[in-house]
Write a protein of this length. Structure first.
Ligand code: GRF
Length: 204
């Protein structure tokens, strides 16, 4: 299976996925890493690992529709079975999302449906929740909604700041996203009645 990963910056989740795909010998390959920013740090890691990269810079397109159309064209040039959003910081239009229905995953740093949108760690601290975490979900046209594949929880500790809490969540994201993607490439995920069914849960 061909996986295309979209990033905007650091790319640490992309890196975790690339490493897991290699070390766990997935029935899949990372066909490309694509960024909407030319200076995304993660592009260097991808290139150093022999993964094709591309930049589709949103600033070069006057409208969201035009950007998404070009992005779709570049992605489809790599014949993806799965498109993975890994810190991709653009809201995608409905036609784009619908084109990849059932094969577009995102990781969001909160326990959805809590704290959609930005600044999730600060939102969690402000709300004084005892637990926070991350969610992998299929992407639908509504931002940070869509069928949940897997979630991971971490405690919120006294004195936590955005930095300490985000670091605790990120460590878990780096395990959670590769797990979810492996289940996808092993054909073990199905969307049933708005939820996700995982086949053979005893064997995760
Ligand atoms: C992660 O926390 C991810 O959940 C969120 O943005 C951050 C991206 O980090 N969507 P990285 O670029 O993968 O290092």
């Amino acid at each position: 299976k061909n996986i295309v990963i979209l990033i905007s910056g650091r790319g640490s989740n992309m890196e975790a996925v690339v490493r897991a795909a290699q070390s766990e010998a997935w029935p899949a390959r990372i066909a490309a890493v694509i960024s909407n920013k030319a200076d995304a740090k993660g592009l260097e890691f991808a290139q150093a690992h022999g993964i094709p990269t591309a930049v589709v810079a949103n600033k070069d397109f006057p409208t969201r529709d035009q950007f998404d159309a070009k992005l779709q064209e570049v992605i489809d040039g790599f014949a993806p079975d799965l498109v993975v959003l890994a810190g991709f910081m653009r809201i995608l239009t409905a036609p784009f999302v619908e084109h990849y229905e059932g094969r577009l995953l995102n990781i969001h740093p909160s326990l959805l449906p809590l704290f959609p949108g930005l600044d999730t760690h600060q939102q969690a601290i402000n709300a004084r929740v005892a637990e926070h975490g991350a969610t992998v979900h299929f992407v639908t046209a509504e931002l940070d909604h869509g069928p949940v594949v897997v979630q991971v929880k971490v405690p919120v500790l006294p004195g936590d700041t955005e930095d300490t809490l985000s670091a605790r969540v990120l460590v878990e994201e780096h395990k959670l996203y590769p797990l979810a993607i492996r289940l996808f490439v092993e054909d073990r995920l199905s969307i049933v009645g708005g939820g996700v069914r995982i086949a053979d849960t005893a064997n995760i």
